[in-house]
Ligand binder design. Structure first.
Ligand code: F6P
Length: 376
């Protein structure tokens, strides 16, 4: 993806903007919607919420998929999980899945419809709240002439250009609490408990929650694991009188020389679903150590529920900053946290590469200093 330059719009032309949320939901979405809406209304702009990504802008859309957002519509939502606009992680308008009579699904480009309807509704700009996939779609719409400001959302924290995405802190807190709870049952039964966490191709959630929750082993996508090293850690704990172990596995973790564990083939218009590596690791630990082992997948619990105060505040700051960017005439940018401030970066820069865990970062070094096995 070319690192497209930022561009400018004539701010005096802005009368009406839209907001949409795409991809997997993340705690803090409603905080962004609230701040962006109130900041836009304060400038005299009208705000429309597009439900479920771009669904409200497709030909034949249900009129209920475009909602006028006023102060009442966004009242009392900062602390609520999910998105009042709904979201969508399938239905990319550039690769829209259309089922065929023979049972196959054909990817169809419906982006022109979206652009035409965007203009027909008198929309001057879009605030697009999304992760890697949604901002990639936004970037393609920018190239077609749609003025967009992006807001970085994902529990995976894998977007470049921003130190952190909103939703990540809540996911880490939820995962840490789950690991805390596993300790007592693991210890009572003298078992190995393996917990698989989300994060796709980045190990941020597993690394942060694993360290905070006192895991004994953390397996990350960025460090291919050797099961013998993992089994050895469990055996050494056993020999030291620690008859239980907690193993955190990122869903994107891979064995040395091996590949990702997926839940089936990639469907048209959506990302491949990862999952299942935790159970594979658990089975092997049991076989190699003879320890009773159980595994669980924390799954969508990491995305649900009320955002932490950190994510609420970050969401509110991002929403307000997106409108300030538009007011300054900036489009084709993403708001980004670079402490202590929120600034903008070109959307293309945020998409140049996934932000994954660097093996030399201080958090990885901290894990090693604590004696946590990283599978290598
Ligand atoms: O990108 C966010 C995320 O929660 C990933 O961590 C996970 O792999 C994926 O979405 C799950 O997607 P779905 O909601 O389609 O199951």
């Amino acid at each position: 993806m070319a690192p497209a330059m930022t561009s400018r719009i004539d701010v005096s032309r802005i009368r009406r903007i839209a907001i949409n949320t795409g991809g997997g939901d993340a705690p803090g979405l409603n905080a962004v919607i609230r701040a962006a809406t109130l900041a836009a209304l304060a400038r005299g702009w009208e705000v429309l919420g597009i439900r479920h990504g771009y669904r409200g802008l497709l030909d034949g859309a249900d009129p209920k998929d475009l909602i006028p957002l006023d102060a009442d519509a966004v009242r009392g939502i900062t602390h609520r999980g999910g998105s009042i606009l709904g979201t969508a992680n399938k239905g990319n308008p550039f690769e829209f899945p259309v089922p065929q009579p023979d049972g196959t699904v054909l990817a169809t480009d419906r982006s022109d419809e979206v652009l035409r309807n965007f203009r027909a509704h008198g929309l001057d700009a879009l605030v697009c709240i999304g992760g890697d996939g949604s901002l990639r779609i936004a970037h393609r719409f920018v190239e077609k002439g749609m003025p967009i400001v992006g807001v970085p959302k994902t529990i995976d924290n894998d977007l470049s250009g921003t130190v952190i995405t909103f939703g990540f802190d809540t996911a880490v807190s939820t995962a840490t609490e789950a690991i805390d709870r596993l300790h007592s049952t693991a210890e009572s039964h003298e078992r190995v408990m393996v917990v698989e966490l989300m994060g796709r191709y980045a190990g941020w959630i597993a690394l942060n929650a694993g360290i905070a929750g006192g895991a004994d082993v953390i397996l990350l996508p960025e460090i291919p694991y050797d099961l013998e090293k993992v089994a050895d850690k469990v055996r050494r704990r056993e020999a030291a009188g620690r008859h239980f172990s907690i193993v955190v596995v990122a869903e994107g973790a891979k064995p040395v020389g091996g590949g990702l564990t997926t839940q089936g083939p990639k469907e048209v218009g959506r990302e491949v679903l990862l999952g299942g590596v935790g159970q594979l690791v658990a089975t092997e630990i049991a076989r190699r150590t003879g320890k009773e082992t159980r595994s669980l997948v924390l799954g969508h619990l990491q995305r649900g529920g009320s955002p932490t105060s950190f994510d609420r505040l970050l969401g509110l700051r991002f929403g307000a900053a997106a409108i300030r960017a538009l007011e300054a005439g900036e489009v084709n940018v993403m708001v980004a946290l670079t402490p202590p401030t929120v600034k903008t970066v070109p959307i293309g820069v945020a998409l140049e590469r996934l932000k994954v865990v660097t093996t030399s970062c201080d958090t990885v070094l901290t894990a090693r200093s604590l004696g946590i096995c990283l599978g290598d």
